[in-house]
Design a protein around this ligand. Structure first.
Ligand code: BGC
Length: 782
């Protein structure tokens, strides 16, 4: 399905360099706006719901509040089960909604669907880290007020969020009331046939234990039905602008809060600040939750809302110093790339126990599960901009290595097999052809370790954690594959699924085999490194996992004899042993409304055709770039691209990168456009279910690895810049071995500047460049 010339849709939100804004309330697309205006800090996630709720238009809203890694595990009922199928499904929970603030002007409750909205503005500010909403409203009885809402999810304090509402009277004299509360009763996600959503339905997962006022705090305690985790949500308040107010504590069903009543006259304003905390027994021991909650609120009220706001700004200043990408010449793309970086930061777990879900913390699509998306898409962004976060993501894999060992055992294999989708390390994929069979996840984790270690120089991680992961997963491969007489004794890996989920359970998926080959070589090299440079650690690991020298040699042997299917006639790598002999999909006669194919055709219909959901061999062309000649890249790309539907949002960015490499800048640009504005333009029409985090990270890769051609091959960094004709310039920053490098691509030159650190060297095309404290900038004419 050759991509037609890409025409960017009309803007849904105005193009702004540092913010996302809307000037009018769009009832019909509210769910989408709730996703894009979401706030988060990697631990707490809050969709952009309105504090006052949605009077009369409930269908257009999904109230969403999430805590990363906090899940329940409902039993999966298979009508026809089989050995080794996961028995439970972990699902990230939509937790207590603490956003609620109902406001009344006299007898009239404030809602956007009642009275008269004189003006409405909403803005997500990416430098100051808050969501702001201003509404000028006239109540049905004629009371004219101006409301300002500021909301933050603290980037500094993981358990804390806060909302501030200011109300100013324009012409109104009389009573005002704020009812600020939280609601423990959660609407279950709807049940649909779309596999990209969750399973939904069934009994509520959160069970109420207690709700009570404890001094300044309102506290709601719940536990999860199956996993038994405890959750303690609490709110506290500060009212400024008047001392003459009444407050009454309220409790109703699963709702608990406080109602404030006061008088307002024209020109007067009052401000209510609400602090919100989430603590769970997944982080703290059960009995500590109350203590931690009290401490969080004590700290928050001591600081006050303004200090929290300045904390957000300071945090983000440092973030942008390392992560900003500037695109001169296209405000839409400029906004898109910053929005993506900002949302990635908001969604990523950074405590080593949590990770980043396919939809981040913005919605319930894919049930909050972590996939290979982390290693192959999100990791590069974090490795090169926020290495500490990348380290935490790697720590997560180490923390779940035992579960990967158990999974390998269930699959009758040695070593460790990482889960295709998970929250706490257990396999959650109920559909194994596009789940457990995607064993390339092991090689993806290994690839990310190699890139992370070489980009950061964090050898400590490699020695203490990475090596063990590499050894156990390499052990798995050698046990899984076999030397096949029918293929001249080559090492073959059978019955796996590659990245392309429109082709399943095949022998010798090229992507998998090449990635495994790279992993086995790296595992062998790592074993040598440990043997010579860290003998104690080496012995400790060998003893702990019973690893023999012969096994280590087997890795190198299997790597050198790896079978990679190649078609001499076409001069390309075959996606797998049988792909090229299948019938090609009839794209000509497939109407637009039949995409994505997965929603309109039985998997078997799709599997028997040459049709791709997403980059597969093309992905290998990029990841293992050094293994292919330019001609090979061109031939493979030209064969597979027309067969690719991009029904997965993970696909366009990889095509953008490879297009750029083979010199098709127009194609690269079109794919980039589609990736970078995936959610802002709602390209896949499902932003309402949550944002596409892999595509967001992929847009960063399209610039850095695509247009700037950055590669890190066996410890050597290189760039090969080519600026799209549409742009004046484009610059970005990368952290490389503790040094911060700024790369600026112009029309006729590229400049490299060392922003932090003493020295760095790399290649610009074939030329070696070295920057030092004395010579911080180099300009190279193209
Ligand atoms: C893609 C997978 C991806 C998953 C979660 C699927 O549509 O095919 O590659 O891991 O989405 O993003």
């Amino acid at each position: 399905m050759k991509m037609k010339a890409y025409v960017r849709p009309e803007a849904l939100y105005p193009y702004r360099a540092w913010s996302l804004a809307e000037e009018a309330y769009d009832d019909e697309n509210n769910q989408r706006s709730e996703s894009v205006f979401a706030l988060g800090n990697g631990y707490i996630g809050m969709r952009g719901n309105f504090e006052e709720g949605y009077h009369g238009v409930k269908g257009n809203s999904v109230t969403g509040n999430y805590v990363n890694g906090f899940y329940d595990a409902k039993p999966i009922v298979y009508p026809e089960g089989a050995y080794g199928y996961p028995s439970r499904n972990q699902s990230m929970l939509n937790v207590t909604n603490a956003q609620c603030i109902e406001l009344s002007v006299g007898e009239d409750p404030f809602h956007l669907n009642t009275g008269r909205v004189i003006s409405f503005k909403r803005e997500l500010d990416m430098t100051r880290g808050f969501l702001w909403r201003q509404v000028e409203w006239e109540s049905p009885s004629g009371g004219h007020v101006r409301l300002n809402f500021h909301r933050i999810v603290s980037l500094e304090y993981k358990h804390l969020a806060a909302i501030q509402v200011e109300i100013e009277s324009i012409n109104y004299t009389g009573d005002i009331s704020f009812h600020s509360f939280m609601d423990g009763k959660i609407a279950e996600a709807e049940v649909t046939d779309d596999p990209r959503l969750g399973s939904g339905g069934g009994e509520p997962s959160l069970i109420l234990e207690q709700l009570e006022h404890q001094g300044e705090l309102a506290v709601l305690k719940q536990h999860t039905r199956h996993t038994g985790f405890k959750l303690l949500t609490a709110i506290s308040h500060q009212l400024a602008g008047t001392t003459a107010f009444e407050s009454v504590n309220t409790k109703d069903g699963e709702k608990i809060g406080t109602e404030f009543t006061l008088k307002l006259a024209p020109g007067e304003k009052v401000t209510l600040t609400k602090f919100i905390s989430y603590h769970t027994s997944k982080n703290e021991a059960g009995q500590e939750l109350e203590k931690q909650t009290a401490e969080t609120h004590h700290m928050a009220s001591g600081l006050g809302f303004n200090k929290l706001l300045s904390g957000q700004e300071a945090y983000l200043e440092s973030f942008w110093q390392h992560a900003d990408v500037e695109i001169e010449g296209d405000p839409a793309l400029q906004q898109g790339i910053r929005f993506n970086a900002f949302q990635l930061l908001q969604s990523v777990g950074r405590d080593g126990k949590t990770n980043i879900g396919a939809k981040g913390l913005t919605g319930e699509g894919y049930e909050g599960h972590y996939f290979w998306d982390t290693e192959m898409y999100m990791m590069p962004f974090f490795t090169y901009t926020q290495p500490d976060i990348a380290r935490a993501l790697m720590d997560f894999r180490y923390a779940t290595l035992d579960k990967a060992r158990s999974r390998a055992e269930v699959m009758s294999q040695k070593g460790a097999l990482y889960p295709w989708r998970t929250i706490d390390g257990e396999e959650n994929s109920a559909y194994f052809p596009a789940g457990t069979a995607q064993m390339h996840i092991n090689a993806d984790v290994a690839y990310a370790i190699k890139q992370y270690v070489q980009a950061t120089g964090d050898e400590e991680f490699l020695v203490n954690k990475g090596a063990e992961i590499l050894f156990e997963t390499s052990r798995f491969w050698v046990d899984l594959g076999h030397y096949n007489e029918a293929k001249g004794g080559a090492f073959c890996i059978d019955d796996v699924t590659g990245p392309d989920e429109y082709t399943a359970i095949v022998n010798n998926n090229t992507y998998t085999n090449l990635m495994v080959q790279s992993q086995l070589n790296y595992a062998w090299e790592t074993a040598q490194l440990l043997h010579w440079d860290y003998p104690e650690a080496y012995e400790r690991i060998r003893k702990a996992i019973g690893l023999t020298e012969e096994e280590i040699e087997d890795w190198r042997e299997a790597a050198s004899r790896m079978f990679v299917p190649y078609d001499e006639q076409l001069g390309i790598y075959a996606q797998d042993d049988t792909f090229l002999s299948k019938k090609k999909w009839d794209f000509e006669n497939t109407p637009e409304d039949k995409y994505p194919l997965l929603l309109h055709y039985h998997p078997l219909v799709i599997y028997r055709h040459q049709v791709l959901k997403q980059a597969d061999t093309v992905m290998a062309l990029f990841l293992l770039s050094e293994k292919f000649t330019l001609e090979e890249k061109i031939r493979n790309y030209q064969y597979y691209e027309p067969l690719t539907t991009h029904d997965s949002s993970l696909s366009p960015c990889i095509h953008s990168i490879v297009s750029a490499e083979i010199g098709d800048l127009e194609g690269a640009y079109a794919y980039f456009d589609r990736t970078v504005r995936m959610d802002l333009d709602d390209i896949n029409r499902n932003a309402k279910d949550g944002l596409h985090t892999a595509a967001m990270a992929g847009s960063w890769m399209s610039i850095v690895n695509g247009f700037a051609g950055m590669r890190l091959t066996d410890g050597s960094l290189s760039f090969s810049p080519a600026l799209p004709a549409q742009w004046e310039s484009c610059s970005f920053r990368v952290m490389y071995q503790g040094q911060l490098l700024k790369v600026c691509m112009g029309r006729s030159e590229t400049s490299y500047t060392l922003l932090e650190g003493d020295s760095v060297s790399f290649k610009h095309k074939e030329e070696v460049v070295a920057l030092t404290g004395q010579e911080k900038t180099v300009v190279i004419q193209s």
